[in-house]
Design a protein around this ligand. Structure first.
Ligand code: ADP
Ligand code: TRP
Length: 335
């Protein structure tokens, strides 16, 4: 098969983020940081996955609040609407139509193997048809914009493999190179640990929120679990939660120096925790100020999402036209 047709211009980078509450350091170093970095390559599309959120969040005012929060978070953390297209997933309903087209070539067995579905069921989430077909909607998100590169966390790799299989299968069945086969890219920090040493996750209640501040932030940082090695004794930085979190903010030279201090003894965990607290506060200070300002200008945020959706929707409409023609339908439905 020849190389699939690519949209014009540089490679399309795309990723989605579920509006599922307050962002934490795991989200930032595992996802957001990479998104912001990749916007420099041009042609990046980022969206708030509110259709996906409905599989687990069925409360209209909470959904609205979470969408607003994640929009503020991304813009405050550096998403630049002049560089990246930023929009709400549900402002492009064409992805739902594409989900259908993908569903007719998707083997049931493929979805039955989805690890994230099994994990969600184990957590007690209802096994709705929507939750089961979640990977198809995600594939549609990626393929609707004929994306090339999808930055994601490790937990999403299986979904990307499914997306690649679906794109290939669609192209093969309908004998048309409609979709490029997307690649994924993992973040440098595949697993940020939480204050208890497990993977940082909202569902484990072990997070450090990016926009926590003052006493609340101090309380969480000071409660990071450590062992009971005495201050005077040597400590292993590679087994220390505080060191792992602290090093997210440190450069190589500072890390080497801190490692030596751990190994030499005489360093208390409390001191490293205080250092971590200072790092978090200064690293996110500018973002915190931007977030405050944006929160008091909701119409600016709305305008960013609206104009992003206009651009995204135009792309999705173009793809849908190709898809509809490939399967033997009219390119666009009768208006
Ligand atoms: P949570 O587990 O808190 O519900 P999500 O599943 O909403 O977080 O994660 C959103 C994004 O952040 C995903 O791309 C995921 O891979 C990334 N992410 C979440 N937690 C971590 C972590 N502890 N380390 C690295 N990346 C993470
Ligand atoms: N499923 C992703 C997550 O939970 C969010 C998402 C939805 C996404 N659609 C996407 C990510 C498309 C990348 C591409 O993190």
């Amino acid at each position: 098969m020849t190389e699939p047709k690519a949209p014009n211009g540089p490679k399309r980078v795309l990723s989605g983020v579920q509006p599922s509450g307050k962002l934490h350091l795991g989200n930032y170093f595992g996802a957001v940081h990479q998104h912001i970095e990749l916007q420099e390559q041009g042609n990046a599309f980022y969206f708030i996955a509110d259709y996906h959120a409905l599989t687990t969040l069925q409360d209209a005012s909470k959904l609205r609040e979470n969408v607003r929060d994640v929009a503020l978070d991304y813009l405050a953390l550096g998403l630049d609407p002049d560089k990246a297209v930023f929009f709400r997933q549900s402002d492009v309903p064409e992805v739902c139509e594409l989900t259908w087209f993908l569903s007719v070539v998707a083997p049931m067995g493929m979805l039955q193997k989805a690890v994230s579905f099994k994990e969600k069921i184990e957590k007690g989430i209802d096994a709705s048809v929507g939750l089961f077909s979640y990977p198809l909607l995600m594939a549609a998100d990626i393929l609707a914009y004929r994306s090339h590169l999808v930055p994601v966390g490790k937990d999403q790799v299986q979904h990307l493999e499914m997306t690649r299989d679906l794109a290939e299968k669609f192209n093969r069945v309908f004998q048309k190179e409609v979709f490029p086969i997307p690649e994924y890219r993992l973040s440098r920090e595949a697993k940020v640990s939480g204050i208890d040493g497990q993977k940082m996750s909202k569902s484990y209640g072990n997070t450090i929120e990016i926009f926590a501040e003052g006493k609340a932030l101090k309380k969480v940082v000071m409660s990071i679990v450590t062992d009971s090695t005495a201050v005077a004794d040597a400590k292993d930085p590679d087994k220390c939660n505080v060191y792992a979190l602290w090093s997210l903010f440190a450069d190589e030279a500072a890390k080497a120096q801190m490692r030596q201090r751990y190994l030499a003894g005489g360093l208390g965990y409390g001191e490293v925790k205080k250092g971590l607290l200072t790092s978090i506060e200064s690293y996110f200070e500018a973002a915190r100020d931007r977030r405050r300002r944006l929160a008091s200008h909701p119409s600016e945020v709305e305008e960013v999402l609206r104009s992003g959706a206009v651009k995204a929707r135009a792309e999705a409409k173009m793809t849908l036209e190709l898809v509809r023609e490939a399967v033997g339908m009219r390119g666009s439905p009768i208006a």
